[in-house]
Design a protein around this ligand. Sequence first.
Ligand SMILES: Nc1ncnc2c1ncn2[C@@H]1O[C@H](COP(=O)(O)OP(=O)(O)OP(=O)(O)O)[C@@H](O)[C@H]1O
Ligand SMILES: [Mg+2]
Length: 337
Amino acid sequence: MIQFENVTKVYKGENEVVALSDVDLTIKDGEIFGIIGLSGAGKSTLVRCINLLETPDKGRVSVNGVDMLSLTSRRLREERKKIGMIFQHFNLLSSRTVEDNIAFPLELSKVPKKVRKEKVAELLELVGLTDKARAYPSQLSGGQKQRVGIARALANDQEILLCDEATSALDPQTTRSILDLLKKINKERGITIVIITHEMNVIKEICDKVAVIEDGRIIESGVVEEVLLNPTTDTAKTFLKGVIKTEVPPEVAARLKLSNGGELIQITFLGGETGEPIINEMVSKFDVLVNILYGNIDQVQDITFGMLVLKLTGPEQKLAKAFLEDKGLKVKVISDV
Ligand SMILES: Nc1ncnc2c1ncn2[C@@H]1O[C@H](COP(=O)(O)OP(=O)(O)OP(=O)(O)O)[C@@H](O)[C@H]1O
Ligand SMILES: [Mg+2]
């Protein structure tokens, strides 16, 4: 478990910057925890305070019950070894081959050569780069470089992996494959993963929990689906634009309003229920006609959510609408959008 209690970090100098302000945060073992925020919000500072690459000015940082700020430098080095880190620009050693890059932390830990070789072979297999063992970083694609970064970050059997914008330099498809690899590592090895990103899609793809950071403060946090569907702050809402479409685009709304008669409603649903069985039930129960005019269905990990615009006509349209609300769907009349 990683725990921050009232952590404050101020960069001193000509212009003092409060990079973290009173941050409380709990990341449980085995979680994939996302931290999202705009440039300069304090994301890298926050993650660097986990392994004390930055020292907080105030507050407490504990990792697996160890109070990190109380350690001697020797003990801190030991604790740091349990925490791997990967970066946007990979930070590989260009004069070393892939296998020697991965072996590097093992050499530093004085692991015997034979064990090193076995370990490197296992890690190459884990990240799918066995055939590139002898290649140099310059001969690899961005995605392959990040795979080397991941293998190197896990060489000492780390329990925690910190990812600072690890996919920001990659195209969407490669990003996806790296995220899949991180997910696999999390599942198979039970490694806790902290992901820093400014892309909501990364959060949506693999994170269990998310914290939104702004000006050094955590302004929102929780289970991903909840934050995605009920953002309470403007910053969170801004990140969500385009990720989950729960609004009817204005041009579509204008077109829909031209259709005469009946009542236009928008329903939003979440979870195991898709709208379909409920709509079927409504049609069979009430004297009402339903036209589906617009819709968007999406998936956040295993959870389906979506939005449909329906036109209800018929003598029992009011009852039908009440029925949908009774079923727990969010119903909004949009005749006036
Ligand atoms: N070593 C430093 N010295 C002085 N100020 C710093 C230092 N590192 C970061 N800052 C400042 O602290 C604030 C937070 O920086 P940080 O790097 O944590 O942001 P970030 O959210 O990671 O941004 P980005 O998305 O651009 O990487 C910024 O205002 C930044 O300018
Ligand atoms: Mg950063």
